[in-house]
Write a protein that binds this ligand. Sequence first.
Ligand code: HMG
Ligand code: MG
Length: 339
Amino acid sequence: MRWPNDVQIKEVGPRDGLQNEKEWISTDDKVKWINMLSASGIKEIEYSAFVHPKWVPALKDAREVGKRIIRNPNVTYSALVPNEKGLEHALEAGIDMASVFMSASETHNRKNINKSIAETYPVLKKVIEGAKQEKKRVTGYISTVFDCPFEGRVKIDDVLSVCDRLFEYGVDDLSLGDTIGTAVPSQVEMLLEEILYRFPNKNIIMHFHDTRGMAIANIVTSMRYGVRRFDSSIGGLGGCPYAPGAAGNVATNDLLYLLNGLGINTTIDESKIREAAFFIQRKLNKHLPSRSLEYEASQLKKSRRYLQENQRNVRQTPRKREIIYVFLKNQYDKIRSKV
Ligand code: HMG
Ligand code: MG
């Protein structure tokens, strides 16, 4: 098989990554961090969520963040929008793209957005129409496309009926979420067989959480089926507040290592992503789970230690010379005094 020439990554760390964090990240730091991401060559950033601040307090400053970030014209900025109120706030703060969201399983949908699937459709239809009137692109997230934390395995037909409905309402793209990070490649194959039979691959995004360490395997499987768009989060930060125990998204750092190794173009500067990961790691005061990041941090530590030792040697050399000089001079003076 041939790998794709290029793959598009949407960085969801500022939204999916932060939404579950207990540690409050100040608006200033969020803005600084998103600006770092904007300068990394990444083409899409989901910068926050216009949901109810009581349910996701970590993102209660979405409007301020949206107004203060420096917009890079090469980047598409999106945010989660659950309803018309969210859309009103998002348009005021500035979005290029609205991300509506719902689940393929009834219980997760209710826990997440407080509505049944049937009650959600008219709400999202209005948001999609409103966003389209403002000439914004719309992505439809579908959660629990493989497994639901409350109902177990989700039927592919249930996923397809949500896909049909959201495309019918006018979303441009669909992002299919392994919300709890339990899928294995055979599940991905079965779903993509059906999805890509119905919808063009250019409009399909895969959104893998990495709870069981399967995300990279699932991305490789998706690429084999022709999918070229993935969501990921810096350092693997994140999790869904309504999916107990679920880990963060696949780490952008791990995904970039894979894509660069395969010779697939992403336009992203890996070193800038690494700096952005170190920045948020420091602010959260915890280690992010990305294996690539951990490895890179250990390499940097090693080279810093080497550099420090070298500097010590450099500092020591003149001192050693001085001691040898004094010693030789003493010897010389002694010999002379005897002569
Ligand atoms: P609700 O309580 O059902 O809303 O919340 P409501 O329409 O009944 O209104 C109740 C009150 O909330 C009203 O205020 C509204 O004005 C207010 P009151 O009149 O009582 O003073 N309200 C709002 N306030 C601010 N912003 C809003 C808003 N909407 C209503 N947008 C709602 C429904 C969806 C808003 C709520 O349940 C909520 O915010 N849920 C949080 C959902 C969430 O953020 N989940 C995590 C993200 S999804 C995810 O992570 C999965 C994904 O990554 C893909 C994957 O991994 O699978 C995308
Ligand atoms: Mg998610």
